[in-house]
Design a protein around this ligand. Structure first.
Ligand code: FAD
Length: 374
């Protein structure tokens, strides 16, 4: 059973790229795993712990579909302080990245405790600290913390839109998060919903074995390539949204779709003929904007994910618009809570930076608080 400390200055929730980056920077700046903290007087170091719900290292990379190869991910930044080993571009990301994360945690001693799921984060009654309530198997407990770095990603919160008649559908419905392999859909008539990278990659993939129909709400925006300036512009747009307390759009939804060679070929095969979103679902299919029933066996929702923040509900961070008002990685008005891997930092490079920034701000906050103590 995992050994969770009862007290830590900083609790990092989640051990994906964002959480590990935070843990790395905590260590670099002298913080130590809470379980190993020396007791007694003198200059006690800051303490931290990383709580992660997975059974092993890798964050959401543990769950991606097998055909997502190192050549077909968009590019994974190294975790801070350890280069990725040279890998075969044909290797599955679901094998390569968890192994790399495992080496990283070992080598850097990052105090990841798992599998531990955080259920709730509350303010203590006197308002001076935070209480992190966790569950592991049948056990539960709390960590008293002065600050948290929330790095829980989005994978555990797939977004399923609702269309009338959805519950009447007799075929199979699945989300990106459920997808395993194209062969499972062989021979079926599949409505693929969504305009993001996952949607088009998986549409391309399953179109080799199934009859596909592609539905998106908006006409997809295609681009031939994507430079660093485009990336910065996209990140700035998402940053602006979350500063206003709006829910982040995925960075991808503001960057458009890149026409890779494989997608060029898919277009030539006629697979990328986009249809406007269907209006209703009937037992045997979907009703198109023209009012016709298109018979399908499967509806495949590639409709994205939302930030996994349910455990922070007791802190009342959400704005009426559904987002959290942010000041860089910090929740505006709550300097003890940082969200990393959220909004503009929802990429591997963004996660690296956000972990560093959050740690710098939190250690600054703790030092300032200590100075004010008598
Ligand atoms: P995650 O890797 O999701 O880690 C979150 C961790 O928190 C998990 O281990 C989870 O179990 C844990 N957790 C969640 N809730 C709790 C809880 N309540 N208590 C305890 N633990 C909890 N980005 C790129 O830069 N390049 C790419 O090529 C790329 N490809 C992608 C492909 C796909 C299909 C997807 C979906 C995303 C891709 N991204 C890519 C985005 C990228 O994966 C993430 O932004 C990045 O990995 C950051 O991860 P993270 O640490 O925020 O979250």
């Amino acid at each position: 059973a995992p050994d969770v400390p009862e007290v830590a200055d900083v609790v990092v929730i989640g051990a994906g790229q964002a959480g590990l980056s935070a843990a790395y920077h905590l260590r670099r700046r002298g913080a130590v795993p809470a379980a190993a903290a020396p007791s007694g007087t003198g200059e006690a170091p800051r303490t931290f712990v990383v709580l992660d719900a997975e059974d092993g290292p890798g964050g959401a990379w543990r769950h991606r579909w097998r055909s997502l190869r190192m050549a077909t991910v968009n590019g994974i930044y190294d975790l801070p302080g350890l280069e990725q080993p040279g890998v075969d571009p044909e290797a599955a990301s679901v094998d390569v990245l968890p192994a790399y994360f495992a080496d990283y945690e070992d080598e850097l001693g990052l105090a990841v405790v798992r599998p531990v799921r955080v259920r709730r984060v509350e303010r203590t009654a006197d308002g001076t600290g935070l209480l992190v309530r966790w569950e592991a198997g049948g056990r539960s407990g709390t960590v008293a913390a002065r600050a948290i770095v929330n790095a829980t990603g989005t994978w555990t919160k797939p977004f399923w839109p609702y269309y009338p008649g959805q519950e009447s559908f007799r075929g199979r419905q699945l989300h990106t998060a459920d997808y395993v392999r194209a062969e499972d859909l062989a021979g079926a008539r599949v409505a693929v919903v969504g305009g993001g990278i996952s949607a088009v990659q998986l549409l391309d993939e399953i179109s080799h074995v199934a009859r596909t129909f592609w539905f998106t709400r908006r006409e997809p925006v295609w681009r031939e390539d994507f430079g660093p300036d485009d990336g910065s512009r996209a990140v700035a747009m998402v940053d602006e949204r979350v500063r206003e307390g709006l829910p982040p759009q995925s960075v991808v939804s503001v960057t458009g779709l890149i026409r890779t060679p494989s997608l060029h070929a898919a277009a030539e095969r006629g697979v990328l003929e986009r249809r406007p979103m269907f209006t209703r679902i009937v037992p045997d299919g979907v009703v198109t904007v023209d009012g016709d029933v298109l018979p399908v066996d499967v509806i495949f929702w590639n409709t994205g994910f939302r930030a996994a923040l349910d455990h922070l509900r007791p802190l009342h961070l959400r704005e009426p618009g559904g987002g959290v008002r942010m000041d860089a990685t910090q929740v505006a008005g709550e300097p003890r809570v940082h969200l990393v891997g959220y909004g503009p930092s929802a990429s591997t490079v963004g996660a690296n930076r956000a972990g560093r920034e959050a740690v710098a701000r939190i250690l600054g906050l703790l030092a300032a608080e200590d100075e004010r103590l008598p």
